[in-house]
Design a protein around this ligand. Structure first.
Ligand code: GTQ
Ligand code: FE2
Length: 377
């Protein structure tokens, strides 16, 4: 940290910002402070209190044509038993991303590939996880004894602290899904625990798919064991129902100028996000949709479920097609464009629940409020 504290940004030439002219006496004072695990606040104030968030992460794209090939190669190189999980980790194209194993912000993501007959050994952790199925057949996960079958474009939860293992049945197909976890957040908070199960895999103790069958229709059973967990009892959200819901939404509503038609994978008991630290959405951009720009706190990782188009993110154009993955770092302007003659579908996951819990979910539209007004909202 430079000891030169004279302001260079014209906005810092006002009361309330740091703008100190150093003197030999101050220099000596700084030296003395540093010997006592301390420093003058005004040396750092303008840097640690930016006028608005300045993301250290970069818009990054992972093209499925490339990433799929690498996943398939990993299958021949290592077993899920040896690897713990056979995952190709997605690292944000930035120093901080590589250093904190982050896809964007405090979020982790990776592509998990399994072939028929394989299992991922059972374990649990304080990091929450969720998964978006990209391809395959016969895949399943077991979460705290609940076995859940996984189909293409399903979205499934592994809330924090739950035992989980995955597999692909012997008569299934090579399966690949995108994992999202809050591992970097848990490590940042120094709250990350991990444990292995005492068997390689759990024995299912409930009928297969009991949770989505009980809670997944939007109608809640009157007679049921009380659900006392802080996450959605639906556990898996099926693609067919998600697509159908978006189609119906679009029949009777105008699209949002930024996001087209967008649905939240919600906890039906609360209407809130399905888990406490990460949320997920599926959005549909109508044919030739041209979104307008907005920005917000929180980080978003997209997976193109269907279609082709591009997004402008922080002044950078990112062209995308099916199963490409890209990210929008916090407070970066972004807009989405569908270049196809059909609907485009974007799955995304985010850290909005953290922003909301901490009271800092702030949004700005290009034509709308400035950040200061948003702060007061
Ligand atoms: O499937 O349990 O990509 O624990 C990273 C950590 C997947 C998993 C990852 C995990 C898992
Ligand atoms: Fe895990």
């Amino acid at each position: 940290m430079a000891t030169q504290t004279e302001a260079t940004d014209p906005r810092d030439l006002q009361l309330g910002r740091s703008n100190v002219t150093d003197t030999p006496e101050l220099e000596a004072f700084y030296k003395e402070l540093s010997g006592h695990n301390s420093d003058a606040f005004w040396n750092r104030a303008n840097a640690i209190e930016p006028w608005e968030p300045e993301s250290r992460y970069r818009p990054t794209i992972w093209r499925y044509a490339t990433m799929r090939e690498l996943c398939v190669r990993a299958i021949d190189l290592v077993s899920p038993e040896k690897a713990g999980r056979r995952v190709v980790t997605l690292l944000n194209d930035s120093e901080v991303g590589r250093a904190s194993t982050a896809v964007c912000g405090w979020l982790f993501s990776g592509l998990q590939a399994m072939k028929p007959g394989e299992i991922t050994p059972a374990h649990r952790h304080t990091a929450s996880a969720h998964r978006f199925i990209m391809e395959g057949g016969g895949a399943y996960t077991v979460v705290d004894g609940h076995k859940i079958t996984l189909g293409k474009h399903d979205y499934v939860l592994t809330p924090n602290g739950t035992w989980h293992d995955h597999g692909v049945s012997a008569d299934g197909e090579l399966s690949i899904w995108q994992d999202g976890l809050d591992i970097p957040l848990m490590n940042c908070l120094e709250a990350n625990f991990y444990a292995v199960y005492d068997e390689p895999a759990q024995t299912a103790t409930f009928p297969t798919n009991d949770l989505p069958f009980s809670y997944g229709s939007g109608l809640l059973p009157e007679t049921r064991a009380a659900w006392d967990r802080p996450y959605s009892p639906v556990m898996v959200y099926r693609w067919e129902e998600t697509q159908d819901a978006l189609g119906k939404l679009a029949r009777v509503n105008a699209p949002c100028p930024h996001d087209g038609y967008m649905l939240r994978y919600s906890n039906p008991l609360t209407g809130g996000w399905a888990m406490k630290t990460m949320g997920a959405n599926m959005q549909m951009l109508p044919s030739m949709f041209r979104g307008t720009a907005h920005r917000h706190t929180g980080n978003v990782v997209y997976n193109v479920a269907q279609g082709r188009g591009y997004s402008n993110i922080g002044g950078q154009r990112i062209d995308w097609e099916e199963h490409d993955i890209f990210c929008v770092p916090a407070w970066m302007w972004h807009e989405h464009v569908n270049l196809g003659g059909d609907e485009a579908y974007l799955f995304s996951f985010n850290d909005f629940p953290v922003m909301e819990a901490l009271g800092v979910r702030i949004t700005e539209a290009l034509e709308g409020n400035d950040g200061r007004q948003a702060l007061q909202a």
